[in-house]
Structure formats: C-alpha cells, structure tokens
Design a protein around this ligand. Structure first.
Ligand SMILES: NC(=O)c1ccc[n+]([C@@H]2O[C@H](COP(=O)([O-])OP(=O)(O)OC[C@H]3O[C@@H](n4cnc5c(N)ncnc54)[C@H](O)[C@@H]3O)[C@@H](O)[C@H]2O)c1
Ligand SMILES: O=C(O)[C@H](O)CO
Length: 406
C-alpha cells in the first residue's frame, strides 16, 4: 500500500472532487475549478480541488490510486513517463465515480485511450496554446546547435578565451540552407515558418498529410522576397522521409509518437543525413533511437543535435551527456509562463466541462476564447481526444459567439 501523499486543499465543501497530480502555474485554473459559480440544473457545482504537493517528480501508479481514492470526479494529470494512464487508473477513476481526465499537455502517448473508452472516461489535452512556444524552443535548439552556443559558453566560463581566432567555434550559416520538417502539424508548421521567415531557409517537409497553408505561406513569402530583389525561398513536400533526411541541412522532428514514429530516426536513416546536419527533437524521445544517435555523434563530430526530449526520460542514454555536439535541455519546450498557465486552464476546463456535461469545442486549434484572463470561458470542453468514441457531440464555435446555444 502506498504511503499517504501530501495534498493542498481548495474549497473543502465543494460538491465535486477534482484532483491535480501536480501543482500547475497560474491561479485561473484554480479559480475556475474551486471558485466557479456556474450552476448545473440549478445546482452549484463548486469543486473540492486537491493538488498533489509531493516533492518527487514521478508518481507511482499506487500514488495516483491513493490520490483518486473512493470518490473522485475528475483528474488533471501530467505528461509522458511521469504518469502512465492505463486500465488500472481509468478503472479506479470509474469506480470512484469519475468521468474526466485531462493531460496538461498536447501529446497523450502516455494515455491508453482504449482503456479510457472502456471505462467511459473523457481524455482531454491542451493543443494550440503551446504551438508557438514549443516551435520557438525548437528554433532555439536549431540555432544553439548550428552556432555551437553551449560549447562556446562553457569555453568562456572555463576562462579559455584568450583572443579572437579565425577557427574558433565555426558553425553553420542557416540563410539559404534547407530546413527539413518531419511532422508538419501545428508545431512543425509554426517552426517551419520561423526558420523560413527568420533565416530565409528553403523548406522540405514530410507528413502523412499535405500542409496547404504552409505551402501557400512559403510561396507568398518567396514572391515577397523576389519582389524586393532577394532570393526567393522555396518549398517541397517530400515523397519519403528519406528525401528530407538526405536534402536538409537542419531537420526538426514534430510528429506525434505512435507505432509509425517510434525510432523513426534509426542507424540507417542517420547514415543518409549530411555529415554536418543539425537534428532537433522537441517531439518525443522515442522518435529517435538514442543509442544509435550517440554512436553517430561520436563518429561524426560535425553532426549536431538539439534535444528537448529523451528516450528514457528523465535519463539520457550512456555517452550522450559527454557529447560536445549535443545541446540538451530538460523537456522545457512549452515552458513559457503564458503557455503553461494556458495549458493549466485548458486542462481544468476539459475536466470541469465534462463534469458539467458540456459539449466539446469544435475546433481545438482555436482555443483563445478559453484563455482570456477575465472573461467567462465558453461553455464547452476545449479538447477531448476521445469525444467521438464516447458519443459526445461537437459544438462548432461561431465567430463572436462562444456560449452554448440554448
Ligand atoms: N517537447 C515538448 O514539450 C512538446 C510540447 C508540445 C508538443 N510536443 C509533441 O509534439 C507533438 C506534435 O504536436 P502538434 O500540436 O504539432 O500536433 P499535430 O497533431 O498538429 O501534428 C503532428 C503531425 O504529425 C504528423 N504525423 C503523424 N504520424 C506521422 C508519421 N508517421 N510521419 C510523419 N508525420 C506524421 C501528423 O500528420 C501531424 O501533422 C505532440 O504530439 C507532442 O508529442 C512536445
Ligand atoms: O505534449 C506536450 O504538451 C509536452 O510534452 C509538454 O508541454
């Protein structure tokens, strides 16, 4: 039996009990859950909110079972590897009377959605609010790796700089080079635009679906540059992932993690990349075979990587930490204050909306109406990934009209 775990309690007399497995940034999400004065069928549904305040980062299944307890209407949980949500937890939540779970994350590869469906639990996620923040971190890693920023910083701090030298920390110029994006969804497209607009790179991308908006953007930006007497940028949708790996100078990975993307970067694919390429991963660690990557970094000192995520997070594979041609940061891609507060709000509203019986918002890419600090959020769950399987109906938002139609 797990030891009792420490919690912070808000609104002890609340009718519904919601648990958050972590303290989250901001206070709006707490106000929305614990202080809201919304009524369901004339009845106030202030929630009792319990926030886990354990100092250990990774909770065990037993810890989460203890948090769920005998009565729990909904849970806000956390992302990849810090929590695995499967049959054991979803059936316990169902037994406790619960119907709602939300990750505070857009990725939900830590969630067994089939198990949630079997137990009738809605699974929420937090798309959109983290698109630009995550893309900015991928762009930062691209620059840091291409221009050897971390190596140079360490050199400076070690007191090794004794004057300008022509060969000191020579890296890669981005302008006019080719940026490759694998997974050109929300974040991949935002990253591509940053690299194209910011550094005038050409684009090659691979995705299962065509990204017409991205293609149109690059075409229009190319025309603008041309009209201004500059070299236009170009785009290409690759027929295979290998085409991207062969052609691009900087490659950033932004697909979901599933069976089709597990070890998408493997020894064979590393071998076809340019010797001086930069590879960035701010998607999920297992998208790269990290053992193979370490070997590749050792054999190719001019090949560089920028990694936000790791195969065995929070650990790195042996040897990675010693590689000067790797820039490594601890899964902070969505870590801007606005974004993290917004993610907390969306996760809370997913759980609250399900408890209230609200429909699901029709466009998970249009989440701004939920994020206006002082406004009442729309009467909808911002994003429920298994809405269709649970037979929830969609509410397609109308321009300037965000409340539930009567
Ligand atoms: N490091 C972080 O902190 C962080 C932050 C946010 C998101 N993420 C990760 O980024 C992922 C993408 O987020 P998003 O909001 O852009 O999602 P998205 O659904 O908009 O984009 C994912 C894209 O991957 C594509 N894809 C799926 N399978 C593919 C395959 N086999 N080959 C190529 N492309 C494939 C999809 O078609 C889609 O366009 C999330 O699932 C999450 O795992 C990480
Ligand atoms: O999927 C996500 O949202 C990240 O991993 C955390 O921001």
């Amino acid at each position: 039996m797990a030891k009792p775990i420490s919690i912070e309690v808000w609104n002890p007399s609340g009718k519904y009990r919601v648990v958050s497995t972590k303290s989250m940034p901001g206070t709006r999400w707490i106000r929305l859950l614990a202080d809201n004065d919304c009524r369901l069928e004339g009845e106030s549904i202030h929630s009792l909110l319990q926030i886990c305040t354990e100092t250990k980062t990774i909770l065990s299944v037993d810890d989460i079972l203890a948090l769920i307890g005998d009565r729990c209407d909904g849970v806000i949980g956390q992302v990849q590897l810090t929590e695995e949500w499967g049959e054991v937890l979803f059936s316990a939540l169902k037994r406790a009377g619960g119907t709602a779970f939300s990750n505070m994350a857009v990725g939900y590869n830590n969630v067994d959605v089939e198990a949630a469906n079997r137990n009738g639990i809605a699974v929420g996620n937090t798309p959109g609010v983290l698109t630009e923040t995550t893309a900015e971190l991928a762009a930062s890693l691209s620059l840091a790796a291409a221009r050897r920023i971390v190596e140079a910083d360490q050199f400076m701090r070690a007191g090794l700089y004794d004057g300008w030298l022509p060969h000191l920390f020579v890296g890669n110029l981005l302008k006019g080079q080719t940026v490759g994006v694998i997974g050109a969804g929300r974040i991949g497209s935002a990253y591509a635009r940053m690299m194209i607009e910011g550094f005038k790179m050409n684009l090659i991308y691979y995705d299962l679906y065509q990204s017409t908006r991205l293609e149109k953007f690059v075409t229009a930006y190319g025309q603008f540059l041309k009209a201004n007497g500059e070299q236009p940028v170009t785009w290409k949708r690759a027929a295979t992932m290998e085409d991207v790996l062969r052609e691009a100078d900087v490659i950033s990975l932004h697909p979901v993690l599933d069976k089709t993307t597990y070890h998408l970067i493997n020894p064979e694919r590393l071998a076809i990349m340019k010797k001086e390429a930069v590879l960035v991963n701010a998607s999920r660690g297992p998208v790269i075979d990290e053992v193979a990557l370490v070997e590749h970094l050792k054999a190719n000192p001019m090949f560089r990587v920028g990694l936000d995520v790791f195969e065995d997070e929070p650990y790195m594979k042996p040897g990675l930490a010693d590689m000067k041609n790797a820039v490594v940061v601890p899964h902070i891609a969505s870590a801007s204050k606005w974004t993290r507060e917004g993610m907390a709000t969306l996760a809370a509203l997913n759980v609250l909306g399900k408890i209230k019986g609200y429909p699901v918002w029709g466009n998970p890419n249009l989440v701004e109406p939920f994020l206006k600090e002082d406004a009442t959020p729309p009467a909808a769950c911002p994003s429920i990934v298994n809405a269709k399987q649970l037979g929830r109906y969609y509410y397609v938002p109308l321009v300037n009209s965000y409340s539930l139609p009567s």
